[in-house]
Design a protein around this ligand. Structure first.
Ligand code: DAH
Length: 340
C-alpha cells in the first residue's frame, strides 16, 4: 500500500520535473512534493500507522524516493540554468568592430588662451602671478592709488558700490597696493582678474571684463626698463617684428604715464581695417609708479622706484583672434568657441 503510493509519487514527480520549462516551475514542483505540505511529507506523516517491524523498510523506501526526486530536480535545474546562460551569451554579443562614439572635446576660451600666453611671456621675465579680491575696499581701488574722494577719475570708471567703502573693483590696480603694502622687495608681479564697471553692453564694452596688471618695484627701476619690458612682451605676444610706441597720457597712480600702441600685426603698419588705417593699435596703459602711491603703501620713493601697466585681456584676445565684437566672448555659443 505504502510502496505503491511512494511509487506513484515518484513517477508523478519525475514526469512533472521533466516537463518543467523554467526555474520557477521547478521550484513550485519542489514545494508541492518535498515542502511542508508536500505529497511526500504527507506520506511521512502516515509513518505512525506503519507497524514497527515494517518501519525501517518503509523509511528506507521514503528516503530513496526523496533522494531520487532531489537528484532529478538538481539535474533538470542545471540543464535549465545552462540553457539560460547560453541564450544570454548569444544575445549579449558585443561587436568589437563597431566604430566608437566620439567624445566631445572641451575648448579653452579665447580669453583663457590669451591669458595663458600673457602669463607665459611674463613668467619668462621672472614675474610671479598673484591675485586680489574682486570685492574691494574703496581704500585700495582708489585711495591708495592716488585717487582721493571727489577725484574726477572716480566718475570715469563708473563704479558698482556695495557700501560707501566697499565696491566691485573697477581695475586690477588695487592688487598693486596690496602687494606693495606687504613690504616684500623687490616686486615683480602679474595680477590677472575680473573687473567691473557699470557700462552698457556693446561691441567694445561690458559691465564685467578682465585686466592683467603688471608691477615692478626695486632700486633703480627706470622708464627705460618699462619700455624694454613692453617691447619684449609685444614681440613675444604679437610677433617678432612688432614695434612699440608710447604716447603721453595721464593716470593718477603713475607719473609719467603713457598709453602704448603696437604696430599693426595684421598689415605690418601700412594701415588696414584692423588698425583703422593708422598702422597702430592701442593695447595698454602704463607709467612709473607715482611717488604718492609708493609712500602711501609704505615704500620710500627716495630709495625705490617702479613701473606698472594694465592690459585689457579681452582687448588683446579680440586683437589676437581678429574678432570684432566683445559680446562673442561672453555668449558661450559653442559654434564660436569651438574654433579656438
Ligand atoms: N587701471 C587702469 C585702467 O583701468 C589701467 C592702467 C593704466 C593700469 C596704467 C596701470 C597703469 O597699472 O600703470 O584704466
Amino acid at each position: 500500500m505504502m510502496k505503491e503510493k511512494l511509487q506513484a509519487i515518484r513517477e508523478d514527480a519525475i514526469a512533472k520535473i521533466e516537463a518543467a520549462k523554467d526555474l520557477e516551475a521547478l521550484n513550485e514542483i519542489k514545494v508541492s512534493i518535498l515542502g511542508k505540505k508536500g505529497d511526500l511529507t504527507q506520506v511521512l506523516k502516515g509513518m505512525k500507522d506503519v507497524s514497527p517491524e515494517d518501519r525501517p523498510k518503509v523509511g528506507q523506501l521514503v528516503n530513496d524516493t526523496r533522494s531520487a526526486i532531489e537528484e532529478r530536480l538538481e539535474n533538470v535545474k542545471r540543464d535549465i540554468a545552462r540553457k539560460l546562460r547560453e541564450e544570454k551569451m548569444k544575445n549579449e554579443v558585443i561587436d568589437v568592430t563597431l566604430p566608437g562614439r566620439m567624445q566631445m572635446k572641451g575648448h579653452r576660451h579665447p580669453n583663457q588662451i590669451a591669458l595663458e600666453e600673457l602669463e607665459r611671456v611674463f613668467i619668462g621675465m621672472g614675474y610671479e602671478i598673484v591675485e586680489g579680491p574682486e570685492i574691494e575696499y574703496d581704500h585700495y581701488n582708489f585711495e591708495l592709488l592716488n585717487i582721493p574722494a571727489n577725484h574726477p577719475a572716480k566718475d570715469e570708471q563708473d563704479t558698482f558700490y556695495i557700501t560707501k567703502d566697499i565696491l566691485l573693483r573697477t581695475q586690477t590696480s588695487p592688487v598693486q597696493a596690496r602687494v606693495m603694502e606687504t613690504g616684500r622687495m623687490p616686486i615683480r608681479i602679474l595680477a590677472p582678474g575680473r573687473v567691473f564697471r557699470s557700462d552698457e553692453v556693446d561691441a567694445t564694452h561690458s559691465p564685467s571684463f578682465h585686466q592683467v596688471e603688471g608691477l615692478v618695484v626695486d632700486k633703480n627701476i627706470t622708464f627705460a626698463d618699462l619700455k624694454g619690458t613692453l617691447e619684449q612682451f609685444a614681440r613675444e605676444f604679437f610677433g617678432p617684428d612688432t614695434k612699440v610706441k608710447l604716447r603721453p597720457h595721464h593716470f593718477p597712480f603713475t607719473e609719467p604715464s603713457a598709453e602704448v600702441d603696437v604696430s599693426c600685426f595684421k598689415c605690418g603698419g601700412k594701415g588696414c581695417r584692423m588698425c583703422k588705417g593708422s598702422g597702430w593699435i592701442e593695447i595698454l596703459g602704463c607709467g612709473m609708479v607715482h611717488p604718492n602711491v609708493l609712500r602711501d603703501c609704505g615704500i620710500d620713493p627716495e630709495e625705490y622706484s617702479g613701473f606698472a601697466f594694465g592690459i585689457g585681456l579681452e582687448r588683446v584676445a579680440l586683437l589676437k583672434y581678429e574678432i570684432d565684437d566683445m559680446r562673442l566672448l561672453y555668449e558661450n555659443d559653442m559654434r564660436f568657441l569651438k574654433q579656438f
